[in-house]
Design a protein around this ligand. Structure first.
Ligand code: MG
Ligand code: MG
Length: 256
């Protein structure tokens, strides 16, 4: 079943997304060589709880942390821990907030210190593909239009689009129907309607699209060990233009 949200519910998701965007800004301000990913996780959890929310991921299917932190060849679902950021790394930070009964979800990939220009470009193009996908998330379009926009952009650059993991509906549950693949055929799939709230989240590999799961049962990394980028927004489908409920504003301010 697909749950379309009322304006009142969208207002609650917007409030959740605001705390999430600010929590991301807190983390962004701490990204530097020498910090461990555990410290980032700890700060995000404190910030979310101090603002009345709960980290959506902690305890979700027994996931043990508040953030998914995925360095370099890790695509998504990495565990925060002893990994110490070093120059040349990229690091994806994925977070969710539950506030007043509603979830929001967003992710951003950071360069640390001096990063290979080829990898910096992967980050730029992945972020761009997220916005190209969001542009298609308007009432009357089809889900395949969103996936096609993302896939077409990144494959033109020679990148691989992950197939095994996809975006999703979001609301009272972190993961709701429908699935939002980052690939697809124009004009195919579910017809999008106003009030559909989606987490759109391209996962894009510098090399091939193939991924494997590590033995911890969570961590997903590229099979060829090349880097992978992940950007995500929670958006609501509207008539002429999707509204982005999460924001990278606080991240980008912190990075200046
Ligand atoms: Mg996420
Ligand atoms: Mg998500």
């Amino acid at each position: 079943m697909i749950v379309y949200k009322t304006e009142e519910e969208i207002e609650l998701i917007r409030a959740s997304a605001k705390v999430l965007a600010q929590a991301h800004g807190e983390v962004a301000g701490m990204i530097r060589e020498g910090i461990t990913t555990r410290e980032l996780d700890k700060r995000a959890e404190e910030f979310i709880r101090d603002h009345g929310g709960q980290p959506s991921f902690k305890g979700y299917n027994d996931f043990p942390y508040s953030l998914c932190i995925s360095p370099n060849s890790v695509v998504v679902h990495g565990f925060p821990g002893d990994h110490t950021l070093k120059s040349g790394d990229i690091i994806s930070v994925d977070a969710g907030v539950l506030l007043n009964g509603y979830h929001s979800d967003s992710a951003y990939t950071y360069p640390v210190g001096e990063v290979d220009p080829e990898v910096l470009q992967l980050l730029e193009e992945t972020k761009k593909s997220l916005y190209l996908g969001i542009e298609k998330a308007v009432a009357g379009n089809r889900m395949g239009d969103v996936g096609y926009a993302i896939q077409n952009h990144v494959e033109k650059q020679g990148y691989g689009v992950v197939r095994e993991l996809v975006g999703h509906g979001i609301g009272k549950k972190l993961h709701e129907r429908p699935e939002v693949p980052n690939y697809g055929k124009r004009g195919s799939g579910l017809k999008l309607q106003t009030g559909l709230v989606l987490a759109i989240e391209p996962m894009v590999n510098l090399g091939k699209k193939d991924v494997v799961q590590e033995k911890d049962g969570w961590t997903i990394r590229t099979k060829d060990y090349k880097p992978s980028a992940h950007f995500e927004h929670t958006v609501v489908v509207r008539k002429d233009k999707a509204e982005i409920l999460t924001s990278f504003e606080y991240i980008e301010k912190a990075l200046q």
